[in-house]
Design a protein around this ligand. Structure first.
Ligand SMILES: Nc1ncnc2c1ncn2[C@@H]1O[C@H](COP(=O)(O)OP(=O)(O)OP(=O)(O)O)[C@@H](O)[C@H]1O
Ligand SMILES: [Mg+2]
Length: 386
């Protein structure tokens, strides 16, 4: 009996990761695909023995989702975006700083007091019943000192790190992510030769065309090859070049970020869960303010904090908004500022959940939906307002 098999199909768990990443990450399909592929290999028990589960190098401009990608993977698999062990390579330039990472040898002053940042306990701390994987992120590796670089090579190749006191740390259940902005300038020059807010800037990466996309990717790769030794490059499983984000992508990120602000409002320690909705002119304003070629979505996040989160915080502490309110946020072009108007009050919990749920479902952010569903208890009482 012969049957043609389909090796492109993913299993349920990898499919779930794929789905979750697509919900959280905008416009970096290749990065998602590579992480899912490696996860699938791990699930099948087929990743190389004595090596980390995967070694990734993420290149590309600032604010394009490199760090977010790692956090979203941890969020999806371990249930917490903060379950990432982050090493900022710029912080470990000198030998005494390396000791912070691996601890100092016994006998050295302060040996007992040092807790290495990269011990086995640290690696394993976020494991769950179901998933025994660690996510380790080395940020800005181009700034790593030689000493750190050697440690890194050992981790990538043999999945081990020897601590100051000779204990060994095993990285064979870790995914290693490294990020660098190398080549970002060359890449954005290709993307947007005029460096203005021209229409080419607004083009989302999906419509850039294969040719330009691969040119951009090879500019990134070329810069990495020039800077990093072959022995390093050969230890990588995947090099992914993140794309600059276009206007359409920033618009989708805006919706994701707004859902996160709504979630913060539902879980704030002040205990005033209320709903807000933005008119399209308010969204356009945030996008205009937050669109910046250089800083990607970072600038957008700042614009949201400045024009939405700060003013809403003032409204909360001065008790101008209370639990159960529905606040409409609109942009007033004449006064060039956001207006906040209470449209309804004393909304019972379930209708807030429902109202937000619709939005959240549209944004397909399961966690935000979850946070809202947990919230309703306290709000019912507040509907008896004068
Ligand atoms: N592709 C994306 N999809 C969804 N959110 C994004 C994306 N890119 C950026 N963001 C948002 O912008 C924030 C900053 O992005 P991130 O920290 O991932 O940038 P980065 O690429 O790591 O930049 P840097 O090189 O400066 O470290 C993220 O926390 C996230 O909220
Ligand atoms: Mg980053």
């Amino acid at each position: 009996m012969q049957k043609t098999l389909d090796p492109t199909r993913t299993g349920r768990e990898a499919g779930q990761l794929d789905h979750n990443l697509h919900k959280r990450i905008v416009g970096q399909a290749e990065a998602i695909e590579q992480v899912v592929n490696i996860y699938q290999t791990y699930l099948a028990g087929m990743n190389g023995p004595g090596r980390p589960v995967g070694n990734f190098l993420f290149l590309g401009p600032t604010g394009s989702g490199k760090t977010r990608m790692v956090e979203a993977t941890a969020e999806s698999l371990l249930g917490d975006a903060r379950a990432v062990i982050k090493i900022d390579c710029a912080e470990f330039q000198h030998s005494h700083e390396i000791a912070k990472l691996i601890g100092s040898p016994p006998g050295y002053l302060g040996h007992r007091e040092t807790h290495p940042l990269l011990s086995q306990e640290v690696l394993n701390q976020f494991h769950t019943e179901k998933v025994k994987l660690s996510f380790v992120l080395f940020d800005e590796i181009e700034k790593a000192s030689d000493a750190l670089w050697n440690l890194l090579l050992g981790i990538l190749d043999k999945a081990t790190l020897t601590l100051g006191d000779n204990r060994r740390v095993d990285f064979s259940r870790s995914m290693i992510f490294m990020t660098s902005n190398l080549g970002a300038a060359e890449m954005s020059a290709l993307l947007n030769p005029n460096m203005g807010f021209s229409r080419s800037f607004a083009a989302p990466s999906e419509v850039l065309g294969d040719k330009l996309n691969s040119k951009i990717a090879s500019a990134g790769l070329g810069a990495a090859r020039k800077k990093f030794t072959p022995e390093f490059m050969n230890r990588l499983d995947k090099v992914v070049v993140f794309r600059s984000l276009g206007e359409a992508e920033l618009r989708r990120i805006l919706d994701l970020e707004l859902a996160m602000v709504q979630r913060r409002l539902f879980t704030n320690s002040h205990g005033t869960p209320f709903l807000f909705k933005l008119t399209s002119s308010a969204k356009d304003f945030l996008l205009r303010e937050g669109t910046d070629m250089k800083y990607g979505a970072r600038h957008l996040k700042r614009s949201i904090e400045r024009s939405l989160v700060y003013p809403m915080s003032n409204l909360i502490v001065t008790e101008q908004v209370r639990g159960g309110d529905l606040i409409r946020v609109d942009y007033d072009p004449e006064l060039s500022r956001m207006n906040f108007v209470r449209e309804a009050e004393g909304m019972p919990a379930y209708s807030m959940v429902e109202a937000a749920g619709v939005e959240v479902a549209a944004l397909s952010n399961a966690d935000a939906a979850g946070a809202l569903m947990e919230q309703p208890r306290s709000t019912g009482a507040r509907s008896t307002r004068k």
